[in-house]
Design a protein around this ligand. Structure first.
Ligand code: G3I
Length: 334
């Protein structure tokens, strides 16, 4: 019989998927139960959605996802406690719209992390504590953000300490994308090394894995895994997808070559890329402790609206009818 993803990788790592509440019924729910062993809420636990106003939390979506995981014996990775995106503006301002002080923002960050991590204590095995804090280009280690501006560089350390205090058993991750670029890899390494040297409770690094049929190269990916693992960190692939389009972060406009159709050639190249990636993931057994796909199937993916709004993409292992693609067979056959 055909092995599922979770069966094929049972001896290696949990295979996860990012979900919204709408994925927890019908064909998507069936696919999740059959194939995956872990869930990540795609948006439901981010600051904006879960903490829309100073005195108000919105738990419904996150609770529903955690409840589904409990009923179906799935692990859950939390995402994410501190990010410059999807953070409501109230977080940084007082009642009169004036920017708050370092002390106030630290208090708010602490209250937020304590409350969210505390609610799911023991139910989530890992958290993306700080997300995307390193800029893509230039030489800076710290991305310019309200957190950096108001608190200073130690907002990152504080976030990890607050999370660790709220759930000492959760594995705590720093999560980022473009981790295979030489320059960004080096700057993320500097950040993580500093945290480790200061004995900050950081346990792992999440390589988001928003890749394409053109990248990364095997060498660049292995270099990242080895380099971060050298700090004594576990490594997880936290947001895996393989776009069929060239990946240029700055490009927002449709190109003449954007076909909107998954050609045979694209599907074959995508299958090869997925095979290469999972060959590497298996090679780092023990170091690589999780792989999570960013969405369930090609029916809906965030890439349908990024970087080009309305351009259909096909980045996952299951097609728009939830059927396994060529890439799926490459991933489960080894
Ligand atoms: O829920 C609202 C809805 O009420 C509203 O009417 C609608 C109008 O735009 O927006 C809906 O919210 C959208 C939300 O997704 C839920 O669908 C937001 O506009 C949209 O910006 C948001 O996009 C999410 C994005 O993060 C935000 O930056 C994507 O779904 C999500 O896949 C994406 O995930 C990120 C990871 O968290 C971090 N790494 C990169 C990854 C991809 O960008």
């Amino acid at each position: 019989a055909q092995k599922s993803l979770k069966e094929a990788y049972a001896a290696y790592f949990p295979v996860g998927v990012a979900v919204a509440p709408r994925n927890l019924a019908g064909a998507d729910a069936e696919l999740i139960r059959a194939q995956f062993s872990s869930l990540t809420p795609e948006n439901a636990m981010k600051m904006g959605p879960i903490h829309p106003a100073p005195d108000r939390y919105f738990w419904q979506d996150a609770d529903q996802i955690v409840g589904f995981a409990e009923q179906n014996g799935l692990k859950v990775r939390g995402h994410t406690l501190c990010w410059h995106n999807q953070t409501p503006s109230w977080f940084f301002t007082d009642g009169e719209g004036k920017q708050v002080t370092r002390e106030v923002l630290l208090d708010r960050l602490k209250e937020h992390i304590q409350t969210v991590v505390g609610r799911y204590k023991g139910k989530l095995y890992a958290w993306d504590v700080v997300n995307e804090a390193v800029p893509d280009g230039g030489t800076d280690i710290y991305r310019r953000s309200k957190f950096l501006e108001i608190i200073g560089e130690d907002y990152i350390e504080k976030a990890f300490e607050f999370a660790h205090a709220a759930d000492p058993n959760a594995r705590l991750f720093y999560n980022d994308y473009n981790t295979e670029s030489d320059s960004k890899r080096e700057r993320i390494f500097q950040l993580l090394k500093k945290l480790k040297d200061k004995k900050i409770p950081v346990h792992g690094v999440g390589l988001q894995g928003h890749w394409s049929i053109y990248e990364p190269t095997a060498a660049a990916l292995e270099e990242s895994i080895r380099k971060f693992a050298g700090l004594g960190l576990e490594v997880q692939i936290t947001e895996l997808d393989v776009s069929v389009y060239p990946k240029e972060h700055a490009r927002r406009e449709r190109q003449p070559s954007d076909s909107d159709v998954l050609t045979k050639e694209m599907e074959a190249r995508q299958a090869e890329k997925y095979q290469m990636l999972f060959d590497i993931f298996r090679k780092y057994k023990g170091t690589l402790t999780g792989v999570t796909f960013w969405n369930v199937s090609d029916k809906t993916t965030w890439l349908d609206n990024f970087p080009v709004r309305g351009r259909k993409d096909y980045p996952l292992l299951f097609d728009q009818n939830s059927s396994p693609k060529e890439a799926f067979y490459k991933v489960v056959t080894f």
